[in-house]
Ligand binder design. Structure first.
Ligand code: TRP
Length: 448
């Protein structure tokens, strides 16, 4: 087997992992969910779940991956000792690859729309009205063509390898994303009505906090946002050098991810109320804030349209931001099957990336053809159920199946005193007991 790729530096890893984590889930999913779930109440629950539940599982993935320096199937079989736990571990790894691929299949459709909206504004300004309308109107041809374009970009980057592809592009795209986001927030804050949106975002409606639906949505959101369960973070962890101290690296990734979600909330919610101040309808018939696709593809474009020439620039910047965020995430999803194919069957990276990319694009095509019945179904099956279930398995494998001395040995590689530190005192127990219990309860409630 060829020598394995490795991230060139700590910053390179953090940007790549944060690039995976920061995606449509942060800039679209989180703010729109906050908008429809009581604003600050959702923010609060999300923050608690992200640090109390998602971070420990992120750590499990990073440590598992770095220990095995291999894909999720290798990682989960290596720590198991009996043949049955090895088999279940392998199945869990394979299921993760399947779920990662399903997530990518709907993700690249949505990301294609982002590309379309990004291009539509300059085209419209140049007088290509028909082309711009095609890019933004829902149609099978648009969905398939833009999805194919986005998938080709994803495959192109992944083909470049860990350092030359993933790390290099994350280093370019992540700073671009952060600067664009900050500029947009600053601009929206300067408009009338923004303060109203800030209030909704920052003053919690405590009565909503204990709603089971809100907690389930926030959990799903946190899992999705940190790319957990399917082996994305595990495979990125497998490319970290043995010299790095994982707990603080993981914490930085989680902080950036949560930070950007929260920052995106400072953009979207105020933008909605700015839109309202300009006469755009932001509530539905039952008085709830419009959210999800209506928010991104109707409310915001209507707002941009009221801003004249500046609106053109802001709109292009906004959808460009979405496209960049989507790309650094999609490469991390594609890396899951690609790592498996190159390591298990000794395929070249180019062959693995194109094959997996084409198969996933075909799946996206099937979804596009049966949009009404499949789109929502694939999203729910993979993110609402698949991810938490796989997350539960990871907790069980890291917490119960992996021998404690071997796990400790992995952490000792770069911190000989880790056994007396806070992380080792809390995390293993927490992962064994608290995480499975909470995920189990939430899953059970959602299935019941
Ligand atoms: N975290 C990304 C987002 O917020 C999406 C993502 C990347 C993802 N890799 C993943 C989601 C793996 C689930 C599983 O948009």
């Amino acid at each position: 087997m060829a020598t394995r790729g490795q991230f060139g530096s700590r910053l390179g890893f953090i940007l790549a992992a944060a690039g995976s984590a920061v995606g449509l889930g942060n800039i679209w999913g989180f703010p729109t969910q906050a908008a429809s779930n009581g604003g600050a109440a959702f923010l609060l629950v999300y923050l608690v779940l992200a640090f109390a539940l998602a971070y420990p599982i992120l750590m499990a993935e990073l440590i598992l991956g770095r220990h095995a320096h291999g894909n999720s199937v290798v990682a989960l079989t290596r720590i198991a000792e009996s043949s049955s736990t090895k088999a279940i571990g392998a199945l869990t790894g394979l299921a993760g690859i399947l779920v990662a691929s399903s997530i990518l299949s709907f993700y690249s459709l949505v990301s294609g729309w982002m590309l379309g909206f990004t291009a539509s504004y300059p085209l419209e300004a140049l007088g290509f009205t028909k082309e711009a309308a095609w890019l933004t109107d829902f149609s099978l041809s648009r969905n398939v063509i833009l999805m194919t374009l986005f998938s080709a970009m994803t495959v192109g980057i992944v083909m470049g390898g860990v350092q030359e592809g993933i790390e290099r592009w994350s280093r370019r795209l992540m700073p671009t994303l952060i600067v664009t986001l900050i500029l947009l927030v600053g601009y929206v804050f300067s408009l009338d009505g923004a303060a109203e949106g800030l209030k909704v975002y920052l003053i919690p409606d405590i009565s909503k906090i204990w709603s089971a639906d809100l907690i389930l949505s926030a959990l799903g959101s946190a899992f999705f946002s940190l790319s957990l369960g399917v082996g994305t973070m595990l495979i990125y962890g497998s490319y970290i050098s043995d010299e790095e101290y994982l707990p603080s690296i993981g914490a930085q990734v989680a902080l950036i991810d949560v930070g950007i979600a929260v920052l995106a909330g400072f953009l979207i919610l105020p933008a909605m109320y700015v839109a309202a101040a300009r006469g755009v309808e932001i509530f539905d018939a039952s008085g709830r804030l419009l959210s999800e696709d209506t928010l991104i593809f109707t409310v915001l474009p209507e707002l941009f349209a009221t801003l004249g020439v500046i609106g053109l620039i802001v709109a292009t910047a906004f959808f460009f931001l979405m496209s960049v965020a989507a790309l650094t995430s999609s490469i991390s999803m594609l890396e899951v099957p690609v790592a498996f194919l190159t390591e298990r069957f000794s395929w070249s990276r180019a062959r693995a990336a194109t094959t997996a990319g084409i198969c996933i694009a075909l799946l996206s095509g099937v979804i596009a053809l049966n949009f009404e019945s499949l789109f929502g179904f694939v999203i729910a099956a993979s993110t609402r159920y698949g991810q938490p279930m796989l997350g539960l398995m990871l907790c069980i494998y890291t917490g119960w199946i992996w021998r404690r001395d071997s796990l400790l040995g992995e952490l000792k590689k770069n911190d000989p005193d880790v056994a007396s530190g806070l992380f080792w005192k809390i995390w293993p127990w927490y992962l064994r007991l608290v995480c499975p219990l909470v995920i189990g309860t939430i899953l059970w409630r959602s299935l019941a």
